[in-house]
Structures are given as structure tokens and as C-alpha cells.
Design a protein around this ligand. Structure first.
Ligand SMILES: [Zn+2]
Ligand SMILES: [Zn+2]
Length: 381
């Protein structure tokens, strides 16, 4: 027995070694699978909220706010609080900008105040409808601040970061995009919301394409699913989250900010091949006066935006075009939609249809980046 003991012991030892080796391998596989997601402490928005300036494009002098369904809304003005509630029969507040104050009419009474904050009954977020009378009505979920600025009612909705992500993907996502493309879009949109502040003084972001287009929060469906499946994930370069830019379609290769006269931020971007756009370019044509054409500098994003702001967003949809003279006019013939930097939504959609997952899409359009899971500053986990 004693002669056999070492052999048996050796067998047990080998079995243990094998078990440990298997365990290590399994752990290694698990880590490799998880390696795409790094956990970092980062500047998650304060209270997990972002402040979005909404409906500013309409420059509204008057807005109406109404409670949704059977929710109550509490209006906090400087002097008093009042309640909007369907069951009380008073459901709408009309808010007008008069000089440096707001006139707030609820039912038959009007109060004047320099700011108005609207919350749920517990002081927290609530669902509400905000309208520019005769023009637009949108649903939001959050708390609302209204104030007069140069005769206009400025409306700022403080909403949960994830509500904002889903609302952006709902507005910016391409129709019919597969779930993995929407997930890539959600990570890019969240990265922008986490790291791209500072373009406005009254709020963090506007709701137009200047920042990111944002509409009503989506109902159940693939957009909400994409936001939920990527909850807390952002793109980072050197472990630092950055404001990920994206474009509707490129010219077959993406651009870098430097190529278009834009400053490089945390992430330098790379010009990457986009097979879908190379094979299926999105072409456009427009006709402008020679005088207007003279203000458009080639490969210069800011002059393109200035021209589009003056003449409409369809004037020069991208920075890739040729000019053709036609009498007093210039014909622009181009390809692509948008600045062409970062993730190309058309290419991402094609990659997802071809079986790529969101991490593969993101690593193609944002080389040398990692996907990180945000941890709140000061949090232990
Ligand atoms: Zn903006
Ligand atoms: Zn593309």
C-alpha cells in the first residue's frame, strides 16, 4: 500500500492540478468574454440625471403643460404651489414669457414668477405633455424648469440618463435597424450624454441634431430593449469616456474631426472603411447661388453647418461633394449624410444584419476604444 500511496497521491494531485487548470481556463474564458467591458469610476451625471433643453428650436413665447393620465403635477412658483390633476378638473397650465417674468395661468388664476418648476407629487419626476400651441406636443418624463430668456420660455427637462438614452435612440435610430445596431447606437448616445456637456449655458444638451435629436421616450419595443441591454455602458479611450460622434451615412470611409477642421477631443477618431456605404453610397444633389457657394469651404464642418442653418439642412447634407457651375448657380453633388465622423448608422445597420454584435460594431467604428461600465464616483461596486 505504502508503495502505492505516492502513486495514488500523485493521481489525486494530478486530478487537483487538472481541476485547478480547468478552473483557471474557465475563469480565463469568462474574463476573456468580459474583457470587452471594463469597469471604471467615471463622472456619471449628478443624481443620474441629465438636463435637456427642449423645444428651443420653436423659440416659444408660450407653452402649455398638462398632466398625463391620472398623474398629478405640482407647480412650484416663487409665491405658491398649485396642482394640475385630471380629477380636479384643472389639467393644463399656460405659461407665457412677459419681459423678465413668466405669467402662469392655471384655471382662472394667473401668477407671475421668474421661474417655474414642475414635479410629481413627491417632488420627483413625473410624466407630462409639453406643447407649443398650434405647433407641437411632446411627452416627457422628468422634472421641468421653465424660465423667461429674451422673451422666450426656456424649458429644461431633468431626466434620468437612461430615459434620455432611450429617447435619443428612438429619435436618431434608423427605421428597421436590428437590435445590435440599436445597442451600438445606445452606447454611443450614452457616451455623448455622459461626456459631451458644455455646448449650452442654460442646460446640458439641446434636443436638436446640434447635440442629439431627442423625442418622446419610446414605448416597449426594440429601442427600449437596446437601451436596457446596454444600461450603464459607455465608450472610453484610455479609460476615459468620450462624447462619441455618429453620422447617418458616410462616403464609404469615415472622417476624423481633424480632416474637417474640428478640434480633436479625448478621442482622436480614425478614418475607417465602411463597406456598406462604399457599395451603396447615399447620393444627394443641390443647387445654390454662386454667392452662397463661396461661403462653403471644402472639408470644413463649421462652414457647412453655417450654410445649412441659413438655407436649410438639405443644402449640403455632407462634406463629400463636387461643385459644378451652372450659370449664376453652383450644383453640389455629394455622397453621405452628416459629418461622417465616428459610427456610421447605415454601415452599423448592415453590419448587424450580417451578424455583428454591438461590441464588434463599436470596435469597428471606434478603433482602440473599450466599452466600460460606469460606476458612480465614490461607489464601492
Ligand atoms: Zn445643442
Ligand atoms: Zn458608412
Amino acid at each position: 500500500m505504502s508503495r502505492h500511496a505516492p502513486r495514488q497521491h500523485g493521481r489525486i494531485e494530478s486530478a487537483i492540478k487538472l481541476a485547478i487548470a480547468c478552473g483557471v481556463m474557465l475563469l480565463a474564458v469568462a474574463l476573456a468574454e468580459d474583457a470587452r467591458v471594463e469597469r471604471v469610476r467615471t463622472q456619471e451625471p449628478r443624481n443620474g440625471n441629465v438636463r435637456i433643453g427642449v423645444l428651443g428650436l420653436f423659440e416659444p413665447r408660450e407653452l402649455t403643460v398638462s398632466a398625463e393620465d391620472n398623474n398629478a403635477l405640482i407647480l412650484h412658483s416663487e409665491q405658491q404651489t398649485s396642482v394640475l390633476e385630471r380629477s380636479s378638473g384643472v389639467q393644463v397650465a399656460e405659461v407665457r414669457s412677459i419681459g423678465s417674468v413668466l405669467a402662469v395661468r392655471v384655471g382662472t388664476s394667473t401668477v407671475h414668477t421668474s421661474t417655474l418648476t414642475i414635479t410629481g407629487r413627491d417632488g420627483g419626476p413625473a410624466g407630462f405633455v409639453l406643447s407649443v400651441p398650434g405647433k407641437i406636443a411632446r411627452h416627457y418624463r422628468g422634472t421641468l424648469e421653465l424660465k423667461p430668456v429674451s422673451g422666450v420660455v426656456v424649458a429644461v427637462v431633468s431626466m434620468d440618463l437612461e430615459t434620455a438614452v432611450a429617447s435619443v435612440v428612438g429619435a436618431e435610430g434608423l427605421a428597421g435597424a436590428p437590435i445590435e445596431a440599436l445597442k451600438a447606437q445606445a452606447v454611443a448616445a450614452r457616451s455623448y450624454l455622459v461626456a459631451g456637456k458644455g455646448r449650452h449655458s442654460e442646460f446640458d444638451f439641446c434636443d436638436s441634431t446640434h447635440c442629439q435629436f431627442l423625442r418622446d421616450p419610446p414605448g416597449p419595443g426594440s429601442v427600449a430593449e437596446a437601451a436596457l441591454a446596454t444600461r450603464g455602458l459607455v465608450l472610453a479611450y484610455d479609460s476615459q469616456p468620450f462624447a462619441a460622434m455618429y453620422t447617418r451615412s458616410c462616403r464609404g470611409r469615415t472622417r476624423t474631426p481633424l480632416e474637417l477642421g474640428l478640434p480633436s477631443g479625448v478621442y482622436p477618431y480614425y478614418s475607417v472603411d465602411c463597406k456598406y456605404c462604399r457599395l451603396h453610397p447615399s447620393r444627394w444633389q443641390s443647387r445654390i447661388s454662386a454667392r452662397n457657394a463661396a461661403t462653403l469651404r471644402d472639408s470644413d464642418e463649421s462652414s457647412r453647418l453655417q450654410l445649412n442653418r441659413r438655407l436649410g439642412w438639405g443644402t449640403a447634407p455632407s462634406n463629400t461633394y463636387i461643385r459644378r457651375k451652372q450659370g449664376e448657380h453652383v450644383i453640389l453633388e455629394g455622397t453621405g449624410q452628416g459629418h461622417g465622423i465616428g459610427l456610421c448608422q447605415s454601415g452599423a445597420m448592415a453590419m448587424a444584419k450580417g451578424g455583428a454584435d454591438f461590441a464588434q460594431i463599436l470596435s469597428h467604428y471606434y478603433p482602440n476604444t473599450t466599452i466600460v461600465f460606469m460606476r458612480r464616483l465614490g461607489a464601492n461596486r
